[in-house]
Design a binder for this molecule. Structure first.
Ligand SMILES: [Zn+2]
Ligand SMILES: [Zn+2]
Length: 321
């Protein structure tokens, strides 16, 4: 399986502001002492050496992930990043009305559905879009988003065919040769995590979840669901301090909790996602370091040798499982 992050922000799209851009420029220039800035190759080499928070960005689009399992295309959630995915898909079969996608929806908060109205393949006759979620009224929720008081184009106008499958959260099912399992997370209104298995590789997408108690009893079902994942994509919106303090019951989690659950479930890779709209790239990369430090501390304490790699979900980044 191959996963591409098209949107990794939580709650609302959050484009980079002037202040953050200026900080990046300043840090890059201050660090360039001794670099021959008239030499393009030297500048390229310098940029390649820069810390990630300066030279790259997590991006500002809300959550949308593309998963390729051989010929099967799955899409996890329809946040604003879906617009970019749609533009890329238009260059292949979807541009000719010959595309087929399976769209799994965690829940219907704005940041998980708002990109669909700008998903170009939905407007091309012949394309097939299959939606899945445990919400029996999912199609109505999507239609409501396109009522004329919210958006000028009604869903009826979209000429791709759409099917809506209501899932039983307790039943595994197949999409071609991908096995799909799901689990309810603790989140206002409910959100579902998905576990995809294809040719022995496991991807877990678990965003919009809160873990109020981290003891073994209360986390057992999560650890089971995340078990041995090759990649766990995990909601790490807030810092530990924020969750303890003002963000309790907001339905989101932290990098350290992700690290703890990934450790117990022996996940090979942990991708932090659903980034706080207020978080700068510097803060997000610090969160990656924090999760790494926590994992190092945990494995020292337990003697468990597994090394979990921590990555940041960044727009445009592809991870192969
Ligand atoms: Zn969300
Ligand atoms: Zn939500």
């Amino acid at each position: 399986m191959k996963v591409t992050f098209w949107g990794a922000r939580g709650s609302i799209p959050a484009p980079m502001g002037q202040d953050e851009l200026r900080e990046k420029l300043k840090a890059a220039l201050l660090g360039a002492v001794g670099v021959d800035l008239t030499d393009r190759a030297a500048v390229d080499e310098y940029i390649a050496r820069l810390p990630q928070w300066i030279a790259s960005t997590a991006g500002g689009n809300t959550t949308c992930m593309e998963v390729r399992a051989d010929q099967t295309l799955l899409i996890l959630d329809c946040g604003s990043g879906m617009r970019l995915l749609g533009n890329a898909l238009m260059r292949e079969a979807f541009g000719k009305g010959q595309g087929e996608a399976h769209i799994l929806i965690s829940h219907t908060h704005w940041d998980h559905i708002q990109g669909f109205v700008f998903f170009a393949p939905a407007y091309v006759r012949g394309n097939k879009l299959h939606f899945y979620s445990p919400f029996p009224d999912l199609s109505t929720r999507f239609e409501d988003q396109q009522r004329e008081i919210y958006f000028p184009v009604a869903m009826d106008y979209m000429s791709a065919t759409r099917t809506w499958t209501v899932l039983d959260p307790n039943e595994a099912f197949q999409i071609n040769d991908v096995k799909v399992e799901l689990m309810l997370l603790s989140h206002p209104g409910g959100a579902y995590a998905y576990r995809l298995t294809h040719q022995g590789k496991v991807l877990v997408y678990a965003t919009d979840g809160e873990y109020q108690r981290m003891d073994a009893e209360h986390t057992a079902r999560y650890v089971d669901f995340f078990r041995d994942a090759d990649l766990l994509i995990f909601d790490a919106q807030y810092s530990f301090e924020q969750v303890i303090d003002e963000k309790r019951d907001w339905g989101h989690s932290t990098p350290k909790m992700g690290a703890e659950l990934a450790f117990r479930a022996r996940c090979k890779r942990l991708a932090l996602t659903h980034h706080d709209p207020l978080a700068t790239d510097e803060r997000l990369w610090n969160a990656v370091a924090e999760a790494y430090n926590y994992l190092a501390f945990r494995s020292r304490g337990s003697g468990q040798s597994l090394e979990t790699e921590v990555i940041l979900a960044q727009e445009g980044r592809t991870v192969e499982l």
